[in-house]
Design a protein around this ligand. Structure first.
Ligand SMILES: Cc1ncc(COP(=O)(O)O)c(C=O)c1O
Length: 420
């Protein structure tokens, strides 16, 4: 008989372990750094003041008194946790109100609130799709989309990021295979901050009889006049069948939503396992989200959406002037530039990205490092992102730190990729 295989062997043999150890020894591990206060434009992190350019708190609402009060009131009224599923004992009136607000904001018939955004994608994709169907996904889609596709056991046909010719090929193949077809893309891609060309994707989906789902995690609360996301900005809301969003970005909380037709949302409520078989989000998270949604839907929302995009443009221009290569933006059909809060600095090599990160961290700026598989191999980048509440003084300080880090880095490691 063959000797038994230890299922834990993976933990010892994982390919990334050596990299992790080496980065730790060099004092250059960019992960798991500890915050000692709230996620605001400037944070206290490991005993030092650092400018936060690595959060998804796009509107800066985690520090807003009304959002904190929403969390506090929900905590006081409902206690610390709901200790059960939305399906059974875990639904409170705040969930019902939040679902109504979100459906109205996103202009859909109905909406369903999950405990996290990851579960929203798992729940929607894993329930709507079956083994007889095909799901067509962009290669840049978020991991939770991929997980949902795998859970569904539908045939997964991926196409290279934003390549409409390849999307069309996948649609042709799916049509030949038979079964239902769902195209699923991110409205705004989380690492590179670029957008999906939704008008063309919606037209192709329609042409081939496919349904379309858009993950608006990084678009809700940012893009479009109402802040309803990339689908609104492109004017294709009525051509998108399902929209997903999370509460862990602009909405300054934790949770996720699927918005769409009443028929599909009702189906998810009674059939989505990641909805039924998990505990409901804590009341404080739901209360905070509801308060944040109300701010977004007020006149103040528009000001915040504009401010975060102004800050992104300011940082983007500043970094380009310093000689960093920033991933280019796309344009709207009318030629205007599409800005998102994510400003990715291209580095290329994983280790070079880690060393540049370290130089910045020491200069008092926190950013995120994205290496494969978060980005394609050789596409390592520093993912910077802004908040509506960053001011130009702080952004100028961050740019000065970038200039200092670049100089130190290039003296030791050679030139960084130049602006193209
Ligand atoms: C595009 C996208 N979709 C889904 C998620 C998952 O959301 P959550 O963090 O709420 O689980 C994220 C979060 O990182 C994301 O960036």
């Amino acid at each position: 008989m063959a000797p038994p295989v230890d299922v834990f062997a993976k933990a010892r043999e994982f390919e990334r372990l050596d990299q992790l150890k080496a980065a730790r020894e060099l004092g250059a591990l960019p992960y798991f750094h500890v915050l000692e206060g709230p996620t605001l434009p400037v944070v206290q992190m490991e005993g030092q003041r650092r400018i936060m350019l690595g959060s998804n708190n796009y509107l800066g609402l985690t520090g807003d008194e009304r959002v904190k009060q929403g969390a506090q009131d929900a905590l006081n009224r409902y206690g610390t946790g709901l200790t059960g599923s939305r399906f059974l004992n875990g639904t409170i009136d705040l969930h019902v109100e939040l679902e109504r607000e979100l459906a109205e904001w996103m202009g859909t018939e109905d909406a369903i609130v999950f405990t996290t955004g990851h579960q929203a994608n798992l729940g929607a994709l894993g329930t709507i799709l079956g083994p007889q169907d095909t799901v067509i996904a962009d290669s840049g889609d978020h991991a939770s989309i991929l997980d949902g596709c795998l859970l569904s056991r539908a045939k997964l046909r991926a196409f290279r990021h934003n390549r409409l010719d390849l999307l069309e090929k996948r649609l042709q193949q799916a049509q030949e295979d038979g079964g239902g077809i769902l195209v699923v893309v991110d409205g705004v891609y989380s690492m590179e901050g670029d957008v999906a060309p939704l008008p063309q994707i919606a037209a192709l989906s329609k042409q081939y009889g496919a349904r379309l789902m858009v993950d608006e995690a990084h678009g809700l609360g940012v893009l479009g006049a109402r802040g309803a996301g990339a689908s609104e900005m492109f004017g294709v809301e009525d051509q998108v069948d399902l929209r997903m969003a999370t509460f862990s970005k602009s909405l300054a909380s934790c949770g996720g939503v699927i918005a769409g037709s009443a028929e599909v949302i009702e189906f998810l409520r009674i059939a989505a396992r990641p909805f039924i078989f998990t505990a409901s989000g804590v009341p404080a998270a739901v209360g905070a989200t509801l308060a944040a949604v109300k701010i977004c839907r007020s006149d103040e929302g528009r000001e915040l959406f504009a401010r975060v995009l102004e800050n992104a443009a300011y940082l983007r221009n500043g970094l380009t002037e310093l000689g960093f290569q920033v991933r280019p933006t796309a344009s709207m059909p009318d030629g205007s530039e599409i800005i998102t809060p994510v400003v990715p600095v291209v580095v290329g090599d994983d280790w070079q990205a880690v060393f540049l990160w370290k130089a910045l961290y020491e200069a008092g700026v926190f950013v995120n490092v994205a290496i494969h598989p978060a980005v394609p191999p050789g596409g390592a980048l520093l993912r910077t992102s802004v908040m509506a509440t960053h001011d130009s003084t702080v952004l100028d300080q961050a740019l000065a730190a970038f200039a200092q880090a670049k100089q130190g880095f290039e003296a030791e490691h050679g030139p960084l990729p130049q602006p193209s």
